[in-house]
Design a protein around this ligand. Structure first.
Ligand code: ZN
Length: 454
């Protein structure tokens, strides 16, 4: 039993597999998956037919890259067409017979019709395995209690994540965020969790509110781990430091809900971030493409592109070359932490990218830059656009809050200092519109940094 607990990886034979062996496993599974998708779904059949390919023609990763990517809009269209023709949203995309589908989840997107993920029991088992791999790497073991303070509803990180924790033998308290901050704090008192899973913004909210709500600091809650999910931030050194000192906890960023793309960051100091280790390569083929042309970008160390994923050894809704709009930077060199696998950083959403005077800017970069000036600013901000991006007519307008102890007379000098930092590090000269501390609403689920005037 002691040996089992000390093991560093949940599934050593897969997670520490030599790269060439893993690539062979992927290719094998990919070829089977293409056959399966082609036979079981008219949508995927059409995708291959469009480029005149038959499943047996797909012999290499390069052959596979000829199949056009699928976007979220196409996903929505296929759902709608499916409802019209077959009376349910997944008939066109799901490849398993209906009686084998046991779970439907949706992504956490805040705009438009939700896009659905359909899973069989086999797929649910795969997802559980991936959650186990992630938390095990972070050091969570049976006996630990994990408080799930994310949106529980249809979000792929809700129920699937809770089930994954149960699967690895730890204890989950799925309190969710829907009941509000007080309810989360009630359950901390009642269950003494050693870990919390939440958005970084909710973490910041707890740090700010704990003294007022319970007369204690967030540090007194006793968390050993803070797992960031649901929004960017967990990879931002300033956010990591804020959470680590606020909670006195180790901070991990992780991603992956009820589907096949999963990653978790390393056990490292909060002021560092080496990316997230990709833990599900045996069930997910990752590719990068240029966000505008959708041409393949080779997965070399430091490569940047839009993420495209394909589920492998998957039955229910096995997405093929799905481009969700996330921009990734990939690292293929061994990680200093010693854990195996390639790593990635999520840079931002391709949709959120702004172009100011030819410079590409992601809201995350602005967030990062502003956090360097906490507590003179709160770090809460909005980018104000007159028309939707990506092209922005300069100057870029940023609404931001000044800190509690800052007076209005200090703002010109503070603004100058921040502007100089922006010019040097973000390569943009924004116009700041100051508002007092607490003016901008705190989002608990997913923060939208961009506001478009309508
Ligand atoms: Zn690492």
């Amino acid at each position: 039993m002691a040996f089992y607990r000390e093991r560093k990886l949940w599934n050593e034979s897969i997670e520490a597999m030599p790269r060439d062996e893993l690539r062979r496993l992927q290719l094998n599974r990919l070829r089977k998956q293409v056959f399966y998708n082609y036979q079981s779904s008219s949508y995927y059949r059409q995708k291959l037919d469009e480029v005149g390919a038959r499943p047996e023609d797909i012999k290499t990763f390069d052959d596979f890259a000829r199949i056009p990517v699928m976007t979220k809009d196409e996903h929505r269209k296929a759902q709608e067409e499916s409802i019209e023709r077959y009376g349910n949203p997944y008939a066109l995309l799901a490849c398993a017979p209906r009686e084998k589908i046991v779970r439907i989840n949706s992504t956490s997107g805040t705009t438009g019709t939700p896009t659905l993920y359909t899973l069989t029991q086999h797929d649910v088992d795969v997802v559980n395995e991936m959650h186990a791999r992630k938390y095990w790497r972070a050091g969570v073991r049976p006996g630990d209690v994990m408080l799930q303070a994310l949106s529980l509803s249809m979000f792929t990180g809700g129920l699937p994540l809770s089930q994954g924790i149960i699967y690895m033998g730890a204890c989950v308290v799925p309190v969710g965020i829907e009941g509000g901050t007080r309810r989360v704090l009630d359950f901390v008192r009642l269950t003494s969790p050693s870990a919390i899973i939440a958005t970084p913004s909710f973490g910041q909210h707890l740090i700010e509110k704990c003294p007022e709500l319970i007369g204690k600091t967030a540090k007194d809650l006793g968390f050993e781990w803070f797992f960031c999910a649901g929004e960017p931030g967990g990879g931002n050194p300033e956010v990591r430091k804020m959470l680590a000192s606020g909670f006195g906890a180790k901070v991990f960023d992780h991603t992956g809900g009820g589907h096949a793309f999963h990653g978790i960051s390393c056990d490292e100091p909060p002021d560092q971030f080496s990316g997230m280790h990709f833990v599900s390569e045996d069930h997910c083929l990752l590719e990068l493409v240029d966000p505008s042309t959708k041409q393949t970008i080779e997965l070399t160390d430091g490569a940047v592109g839009e993420m495209v994923f394909t589920f492998l050894d998957w039955e229910g809704g096995p997405f093929m070359r799905y481009a969700l709009g996330d921009m990734l930077k990939v690292y293929t060199t061994p990680c200093p932490c010693g854990m195996p696998g390639i790593r990635f950083k999520i840079i931002g959403r391709a949709d959120d990218m702004l172009i100011v005077k030819g410079v590409n800017i992601y809201p995350e970069a602005i967030h990062s830059a502003l956090l360097k000036f906490v507590p003179q600013v709160t770090g809460i901000f909005r980018i104000l656009l007159d028309t939707p991006g990506p092209l922005v007519k300069p100057p870029l307008r940023i609404k931001l809050e000044f800190g509690q102890d800052v007076g209005e007379e200090d703002l010109p000098a503070l603004g100058k200092k921040i502007l100089a930092h922006f010019k040097e590090h973000v390569r943009v000269a924004p116009r700041f519109e100051w508002v007092p501390h607490g003016t901008i609403p705190r989002e608990m689920k997913k923060t939208k940094f961009i506001e478009v005037a309508s």
